[in-house]
Design a protein. Structure first.
Length: 490
């Protein structure tokens, strides 16, 4: 392979970037640079980055993705819950003005190229897609595992079934649109959310009547009885159901009255919730599954998570993204040509792949899909890059599959020890790496294949290498609190 990624600067024993200490920009000198580089191929493993907030995680991941995007043709998908990469297409030119390391503050933004154009020119060739308002979730992907808090289990179950039903109705409309048009009384060319809602109403009414019709069977006579059988037929499609139901009610309007008086609370209630969810989701929901996979091209994709406003929508979006990637790679594997690997970056990974799914039921379906990627992803060419402040809350199953480990500053020794256990450091490594509690921003330890393929080589006893993270050259996205709030009001 041989692509080399420049991640940072070598450090002194005191964790300072060695090349920058004499106040002269090392990029002005002729000497070779004391950078820290890794072989891109070492990233074809699952990786886990663990550090506390403010340690420089997003800055490091930004730098890493820049290097990967510049020096490989990999597909890179970033789930971005904090809008850290919303400005990823914009170079941050300010870093080239007067780069230096401030030894008192022990910080500095330290680029590895002398001039902005050395970055901006090649960066123009990197295709970056921001998936936000333009990413629609097919109704069929709605994740039903959402508990409604104070509602009892039965109601939750009804809600989950109703969500699933919405998905089925949507896929039925999608594939039988021409024939369903007549029953729904519509003239347009493709199903919309309104049609799904309408079909849902019809189905629920029809399926409720099945029970009622059976109870009142004797009153109905033969014709109605046959219709009732049609309604009760397993696998009957929603439109056939509604058609049978319409005939049934037309055949006996007095009966209709009676049926209406029967209680059908649970289903109605559940359907009410689903309809509310569908309406809130609005244009973010696509009735039809996209005809082309959203990740077809080997580009950089930033998925702007906060634009999905409800838990259901965020969970469904995640499921959709993970399924699309899996489908794409599975298809390539089956056709015998795997074109390029995919790296899936997941920030706040302990929320998306939690050890305790009861605390986050919306995550349970996605956790299963991600476990499958953790177990089989290497075969399929999909690699996870997980970022978390709480690896002890991360699914241990997935955490144990991460061979590359990156550790930046951690708040205190207790937190570090718990996390070290969770990510599988040995006792000796835990003792040796405990200095991360004194790390300043931007310092990192790496372990595993990434360190083994790094230059300089890792420490022999710990297997770890450390470095000062070089400048992220794209603009940091999330709103950061400045110092303006300090001081008098007037
Ligand atoms: N290697 C670095 N060099 C210079 N500044 C850095 C470095 N790493 C982080 N910073 C700065 O420190 C702050 C916190 O970094 P950030 O990546 O947002 O932390 P985290 O994602 O861990 O919360 C940011 O303002 C960022 O610009
Ligand atoms: Mg961050």
């Amino acid at each position: 392979m041989g692509a080399t990624l420049t991640l940072g600067w070598q450090m002194t024993d005191d964790n300072m970037p060695r090349s920058w200490l004499d106040g002269v920009n090392p990029l002005d000198r002729a000497e070779p640079l004391e950078t820290y580089v890794v072989d891109a191929d070492s990233l074809r493993n699952h990786s886990l980055l663990f550090a506390q907030s403010g340690s420089g995680k997003s800055f490091f991941v930004g730098r890493l993705i820049e290097e990967m995007a510049l020096h490989t043709k990999a597909r890179i998908v970033v789930l971005d819950p904090d809008s850290d990469y919303s400005l990823f297409h914009e170079p941050n030119l300010g870093i080239y003005d007067n780069p230096r390391y401030n030894a008192l503050e022990r910080s500095g933004v330290l680029p590895t190229e002398r001039d902005a154009v050395k970055f901006t020119e090649p960066w123009k060739t990197v295709p970056i897609h921001h998936l936000s308002a333009n990413l629609q979730i097919p109704v069929t992907k709605l994740v039903p595992h959402v508990f409604l808090g104070d509602l009892d289990q039965q109601a939750n179950f009804a809600y989950a079934s109703a969500l699933m039903m919405a998905g089925r109705v949507a896929s039925y409309l999608e594939s039988n649109w021409e024939s369903s048009k007549i029953e729904l009384g519509v003239t347009c060319n493709s199903p919309t959310l309104d049609h799904v809602l309408r079909a849902l109403d019809i189905c629920v009414t029809a399926s409720d009547r099945v029970v009622d019709v059976k109870r009142l069977g004797i009153k109905l006579g033969n014709h109605a009885d046959n219709l009732a059988k049609e309604i009760a037929r397993p696998g009957a499609d929603p439109i056939a159901l509604s058609k049978a139901h319409l005939e049934l009610s037309a055949s006996n309007s007095a009966l209709e009255q009676e049926l209406d008086n029967l209680a059908r609370l649970t289903t109605e209630q559940a359907l009410g919730f689903v309809k509310m969810q569908l309406r809130i989701a609005g244009t973010r929901l696509a009735v039809a599954h996209p005809s082309q996979n959203i990740f077809t091209r080997p580009d950089v994709y930033i998925v702007d998570t906060p634009t999905f406003s409800t838990t259901t929508m965020r969970a469904s979006m995640l499921q959709h993204v993970v399924d699309e990637l899996w489908d794409l790679h599975e298809l390539e594997i089956r056709s015998g040509k795997l074109s390029t690997p995919t790296f899936l970056f997941i920030d706040e990974a302990h929320q998306i792949i939690p050890s305790d799914v009861f605390a986050r039921p919306a995550a349970s379906t996605t956790r299963e899909s991600l476990r499958r990627i953790a177990a089989e992803g290497r075969k399929y060419g999909i690699y996870l890059f997980l970022i978390s402040q709480r690896p002890d809350k991360l699914d241990p199953w997935v955490a144990s599959e991460c061979r590359n480990k990156i550790i930046m500053r951690v708040g205190n020794l207790r937190v570090f020890r718990e996390a070290a256990l969770a990510i599988g450091l040995t006792d000796a490594q835990t003792d040796e790496l405990a200095e991360v509690v004194r790390f300043g921003t931007g310092r990192a330890f790496v372990l595993g294949p990434i360190a083994a393929a790094g230059n300089p080589q890792p420490d022999r006893t710990t297997g770890a290498a450390k470095f000062y993270v070089a400048a992220r050259r794209t603009r940091e996205g999330s709103a950061k609190l400045g110092a303006e709030w300090l001081g008098e009001r007037i």
